[in-house]
Structure formats: structure tokens, C-alpha cells
Design a protein around this ligand. Structure first.
Ligand code: FES
Length: 260
């Protein structure tokens, strides 16, 4: 049985992250304004922005967690980066929660400002990591293949034996799809010579090969450009040095099967 899912990041993730960044920055700026202008209205504004930032951060964390477990390639440099990104954001959230409950009526202490400054620095680093995840690791990029094919991803729940992974008319030459079988991520592609199957994990730093491009029997990793022969798994260009695992496929009628 097959079920379909999207490889794209959760659509609310890039929208919701803007709110905690804006509200926490506003909290910081209005606290500084209060220190210089000694106007209680600034302190009240900072307090409301602090609450809004906490709510926004909690809401933004939900699609972030979904993306962490479903979209970021496992055992990759992106997974490590995403882990740090999540931990930094969590630390920022905890700091602003603690600071909110420590706010005193008409006072801002030095410790308060030091912690808030630290939180802003961590928020900046976390934001930079989030940008790197999108722009370098291409997490959440809406990919198109040769002939404008859309990335198709399927979760297959059959555990053993011959597993149907595609139909013969499903892909055009140089198009790929990603299938999840028993926790494995396997790319099914179509070359000029027929169907191929190989691990989705680039042996350099774990880039998703299904997110790369395939042409003339060679797949190129989107992260640093390593190239692999999709039939033998051999490295054709580095920085990867280790071949990828390939799998044999059989075709029966209009169906393509893999045996793991
Ligand atoms: S992860 Fe570096 S080339 Fe693939």
C-alpha cells in the first residue's frame, strides 16, 4: 500500500518564524528605550511584545519540529545544524519566559538586560542557521526535475519480499522519486537504460540525492556537487570518496519492484 507525503517543509514554518523574531527584537528595543527615556509606556509595550514573542515562538516551534523529523535528511550535516538551530531557539524561548516572569513594575535590572542581550545574540545565530538550512541544505525547497517533474515522495508500508516502488509510466528519463521503506530512504530513477535504485544519502555529508539532479546515468548531490554513477554507485566526482549503495529492480508488467 502507498501513501503520499510532501518533501517540502511545513508551509507555516517560514511564515511563523517571523513573529517571534519581530516580537523578541521589539521587546529588546523597547526595554532599551525605557532605560534611556524612562517612560513607563515603553516598559508596558516591551511586556506585551514579550508575551507575543513567547506565543509566536511556541507556534513556530510546531512546524519546526515536524520539519525536523520529516524533512531534514537523517545522519547529515543538516540534521546536526537543525539540532543546534532548535536548541538555540529553545534557549531563547526559555530566557524570554524567565525574563517575563521576573519583570518588575517599573524596573529593568542589569541582569535582565544582559540575559536579553544574550538571547538576542542566540536568536541571531539560530536565524543564520535556519537560513543556511534553506539556502545551502535546500531544506524546504520545492524541487522540479527534468521536464518539470515534481518531486514525488512515497512511504511504503510493506516490510519484506518484492515491494512495488513505481509503475513504468510514472517517471520520464532523468526524473526521480523518493521512497521510504522500513526506515530506508531510496531513490528510484529512470535513465536512458531503464529504472535504477540507490540510497538517498550522499556519502559526503548526507545530502539528499533525490533533491539533486540526474542526467546520463549520473546523479549530482545538491549540497557540494559530488557525482555518482546511479547503476554502480561509483563516485564520478568528489568531494565524496565512498560509493553509494545501489539496488536491483525487477519489472513485471507495468510495475517496478525492489527486493531489499
Ligand atoms: S553532502 Fe557534500 S557532496 Fe553531497
Amino acid at each position: 500500500m502507498k501513501s503520499k507525503a510532501s518533501i517540502k517543509s511545513h508551509p507555516l514554518h517560514p511564515i511563523l518564524v517571523a513573529f517571534p523574531i519581530a516580537f523578541f527584537t521589539g521587546t529588546f528595543l523597547f526595554d532599551i528605550l525605557f532605560l534611556f527615556a524612562d517612560n513607563e509606556d515603553h516598559l508596558t509595550t516591551a511586556e506585551y511584545l514579550n508575551i507575543a514573542g513567547i506565543v509566536g515562538a511556541v507556534l513556530a516551534a510546531i512546524p519546526g519540529i515536524v520539519d525536523y523529523f520529516t524533512v531534514v535528511p537523517p545522519a547529515s550535516s543538516a540534521k546536526k545544524r537543525a539540532t543546534k538551530h532548535g536548541l538555540l531557539n529553545s534557549t531563547v524561548l526559555i530566557i524570554f519566559i524567565v525574563l517575563y516572569f521576573r519583570r518588575e513594575d517599573i524596573m529593568i535590572t542589569t541582569v535582565h538586560m544582559v540575559l536579553e542581550t544574550l538571547a538576542m545574540i542566540l536568536l541571531t545565530i539560530a536565524g543564520w542557521m535556519g537560513g543556511t538550512l534553506v539556502y545551502r541544505n535546500q531544506v524546504g525547497v520545492d524541487i522540479r526535475y527534468a521536464s518539470a517533474g515534481k518531486w514525488n515522495e512515497e512511504y511504503l508500508d510493506k516490510k519484506s519480499g518484492e515491494i512495488e516502488v513505481a509503475t513504468t509510466g510514472e517517471l520520464e528519463v532523468n526524473q526521480m522519486k523518493l521512497v521510504h521503506i522500513n526506515g530506508k530512504r531510496i531513490v528510484i530513477g529512470k535513465t536512458e537504460d531503464g529504472f535504477v535504485a540507490f540510497d538517498d544519502r550522499c556519502t559526503h555529508r548526507g545530502g539528499t540525492l533525490a533533491g539533486g539532479s540526474m542526467i546520463c546515468g549520473t546523479v549530482q548531490c545538491p549540497w557540494h556537487g559530488s557525482q555518482f554513477n546511479v547503476t554502480t554507485g561509483e563516485v564520478k566526482a568528489g568531494p565524496a570518496r565512498t560509493k553509494i549503495t545501489t539496488y536491483e529492480l525487477t519489472i513485471s508488467g507495468h510495475k517496478v519492484f525492489i527486493r531489499l
